[in-house]
Design a protein around this ligand. Sequence first.
Ligand SMILES: [Zn+2]
Length: 378
Amino acid sequence: MNMPVSHPTFVHVRSEHIQSLDIDVHEYRHTATGVPHVHLAADNAENVFMVGLRTIPTDSTGVAHILEHTVLCGSEKYPVRDPFFMMIRRSLNTFMNAFTSSDWTAYPFATQNRKDYFNLLDVYLDAVFFSRLHELDFAQEGHRVEFETPDDVNSDLVFKGVVFNEMKGAMSAPTSMLWQTLTKHLFPNNTYHFNSGGDPEHIPDLSYQQLKSFYDTHYHPSNAVLMTYGDITPDVLQSRFEEQVLNRFEKLDRTVGVEPAKRYHSPLRVQESFATQEVDTTDKTHIVVGWLLGESIDLDQRLRAHLLSSVLLDNSASPLMRALEQSDLGNAPSPLCGLEDSAREMVFACGLAELMPSMMTSAAFLAGMPNGPEAPPE
Ligand SMILES: [Zn+2]
């Protein structure tokens, strides 16, 4: 394996060759801030960059999601309207995006042009670590109050905002409500208890100050990971990281992380309702059973859970899928059927949708949680 040179502000942690992909993985750590840099060295001129941050909300105001939007609305070096969206149009990128999940936020891009790569790197690093976070951008992306008819001061006041509207749309789907309700009970004490995208009922509770303080503690090199792929050498990348960002930070003595879920002593049965515009509530009921499994970073358990989930649910001949499809207790298997392995602990769920009128009139589910982590049954 080719051992590349690293920048003096970074220490080499480990290297590994992955034969099947023909790449070398090199892991480094920035001494002063502790930020890891994972570089996938490949003989490929399409270079990729991603900065990822642990974002762990402790409420359903959608703070991490609103921040993901607001961060891209101008930064210290680029105090202009939407530098991110301007770059999407004028750069030679092959991929540009931003994502928020329940416990992380990531900003990745890719390009085959080296000049373009360093331009985009500059915009991304500045946006993430030196975001302007203007109060008006918060009002635009998060929430604000407006007259229903803009020119009529006698019209009703209504909530508006990009994320507010996005989440109003997302949460109007019964499946999203069902998933939020299931995770609320499966994870009673950690971040997955909350709606990380933002519950429209709680989004207006978020203040501008709260957004800024979440930014200060979460968008810090000590809470980030830098990842790169391609044929640009690590020392070149690291000197950019150091000069543009890292020399201005010190290690944060606070760790952001997810607590393991508190386990129940016996299965929990919950019945909740969801909003619908239709008067006739026939065939609107969902029943889901959810099990909390082991940690998703346990690769052995994860492989077994995937295998078992496929055996049970893969197609109409799989035993659990067949039972759900043929059951006359409901019309169809629940869209939540399957394994969810993106959280700290995995969830297996299955159930039925659109139950017959005689069964029930609202959403209900049974969350069966063993006391203590357990492997899926073998
Ligand atoms: Zn969004």
